[in-house]
Design a protein around this ligand. Structure first.
Ligand code: FES
Length: 99
């Protein structure tokens, strides 16, 4: 009974790009690649913000201290860093960042 809660759906705006079962050993960027979706990266450590995407649906646990690649405005808009943050449960991710 855990099929739906482990699914990540990728979009560009409202356009569906790919869908994949969540793998706890992979980052969102890596899961996106496996789903045929390209998310640009640079530092892969939460610093540069290149991998910023927007959570359309779902929940994410942000760290108490935001990494340099995020700020309060971006968090309010659903932004998260796909190189180092993973939403809980099923989710929908827009690869267009909230800028
Ligand atoms: S790639 Fe730099 S913050 Fe994710």
């Amino acid at each position: 009974m855990k099929q739906k809660k482990d699914i990540i759906r990728f979009f560009r705006g409202n356009l569906p790009l790919g869908i994949i079962k969540k793998d706890p050993n992979l980052t969102v960027v890596e899961m996106a690649i496996n789903a045929g979706v390209d998310i640009p990266t640079n530092c892969t450590s939460g610093t540069c913000g290149t991998c910023l995407v927007r959570l359309k649906k779902g929940q994410i646990q942000y760290p108490d201290e935001l990494p340099p690649g995020l700020d309060d405005y971006l968090v309010k808009e659903g932004g998260f860093l796909s190189c180092c943050m993973i939403p809980e449960g099923a989710c929908e991710i827009d690869v267009i960042p909230p800028l």
